[in-house]
Design a protein around this ligand. Structure first.
Ligand code: NAD
Ligand code: TYD
Length: 353
């Protein structure tokens, strides 16, 4: 087995579904607290798959985590669990400190105790893969070179500061205790099952619901976008081939200004789902007050991962954004569940406590 935390969230659920799509894949124990961002209905296709064991719980619960490690003896842990939305971290940073820092600390400590108790061959095979973000590196100017693994950490939001802290803990557990860790720092993901508080799903769904498309500030902030299944492939690659204690940047070489992203979405929707009045969805764009401390530009240099481990993204932004929009148009039940909040009923019906 492998243990995945946060596997009911956006990237975690894509990872679990991709992994188990391989009939030969090992099973997954999926530990997720099911916050507002966790959506078990995404994992409904796995209901009858005995290789998927879902556990509702907190990575900060040491009794539960220790018990799961003993019971399932996973050969690897992949830590996706986090509070992940910058705007929420500005309004209420406490949950970010709790889960991203203290939760990761607890997971590391439980893992260390467990790992120390394993026979030497199992110790050598064991991996702890921590999933992090490019936001830990801070903000780039227009002419700065892209973030490398050696770029100094300069986090600017409560979210990125909490992720930076967890990255540092992971690093220290390698250097101090010899825990076999790996870290990935990825750029902005997009794709199926993305919660509509983040830019791309928010714009797709607001457009279709004839709501304003809010652009923070001047809309010229740049993000480097990666299709989520390419991120999942990178994680599998690092898990199998990554060098212990190393960090790997993951990115799609797809830098885009927010305004261009939104205009692209509008143009594709104009083609696939034209408005009844014939006008463009771009008419719904509204410039709104900027996010405090808004990072201007992120760009990832993923050449280490490409060169050393042979990973490459398979989607460009043009192919990935079209697939994403088609997915949202083709899954009205998932969208309705998220928008009405009814996806939370799954929590009561389907989890194993
Ligand atoms: P998400 O918010 O969609 O999902 C997070 C999941 O973690 C949810 O299912 C939630 O229920 C669960 N969770 C939260 N607190 C928990 C706790 N204390 N114990 C157990 N489970 C808990 O986030 P995401 O976008 O899927 O991001 C996953 C990881 O990838 C995060 O660590 C994030 O920092 C990182 N990341 C995200 C992006 C991105 O663009 N979304 C980019 C790079 C890195
Ligand atoms: P987001 O999806 O929240 O990801 P992150 O802040 O982690 O990069 O936002 C992506 C970019 O889009 C970011 O520069 C903020 C901007 N944005 C808007 O302009 N309007 C919005 O309504 C949202 C949610 C984000």
């Amino acid at each position: 087995m492998i243990l995945v935390t946060g596997g009911a969230g956006f990237i975690g659920s894509n990872f679990v579904l991709d992994w188990l799509a391989n009939p030969k894949a090992e099973g997954i124990v999926n530990l997720d607290k099911l916050t507002y961002a966790g959506n078990l209905s995404t994992l409904a296709p796995l209901e009858k798959d005995s290789r998927h064991v879902f556990i509702k719980g907190d990575i900060g619960d040491s009794t539960l985590v220790a018990h799961l490690l003993q019971q399932y003896r996973p050969r690897a842990i992949i830590n996706f669990a986090a509070e992940s939305h910058v705007d929420r971290s500005i309004h209420g940073p406490a949950d970010f400190i709790q889960t991203n820092i203290l939760g990761s600390f607890n997971l590391l400590e439980c893992t260390r105790t467990h790992w120390n108790s394993l026979p030497i061959e199992e110790q050598q095979q064991f991996r702890f893969l921590h999933i992090s973000t490019d936001e830990v590196y801070g903000s780039l100017g227009a002419n700065d070179t892209a973030f490398k693994e050696s770029t100094a950490y300069e986090p600017n939001s409560p979210y990125s500061a909490s992720k930076a802290a967890s990255d540092h803990l992971v690093r220290a557990w390698f250097h101090t205790y010899g825990l076999p860790v790996l870290t990935t720092n990825c750029s902005n993901n997009y794709g199926p099952f993305h919660f509509p508080e983040k830019l791309i799903p928010l714009v797709i769904l607001n457009a279709l619901n004839e709501k304003p498309l809010p652009i923070y500030g001047d809309g010229m902030q740049v993000r480097d976008w990666l299709y989520v299944s390419d991120h999942c492939a990178a994680i599998r690659c690092v898990l199998e081939k990554g060098a212990l204690g190393e960090t790997y940047n993951v990115g799609g070489w797809n830098e885009k200004a927010n305004l261009d992203v939104v205009k692209t979405i509008c143009a594709i929707l104009d083609e696939l789902r034209p408005r009844a009045n014939g006008a463009s969805y771009a008419e719904q764009i509204r410039f709104v007050t900027d996010r405090p401390g808004h990072d201007r530009r992120y760009a990832i240099d993923a050449s280490k991962l490409e060169r050393e481990l042979g990973w490459k993204p398979s989607e460009t932004f043009d192919t990935g954004i079209r697939k994403t929009i088609e997915w949202y148009l083709g899954h009205p039940e998932w969208v309705a569940g998220v928008q009405s909040g009814s996806y939370r009923d799954w929590i009561n019906r389907h989890y194993v406590a």
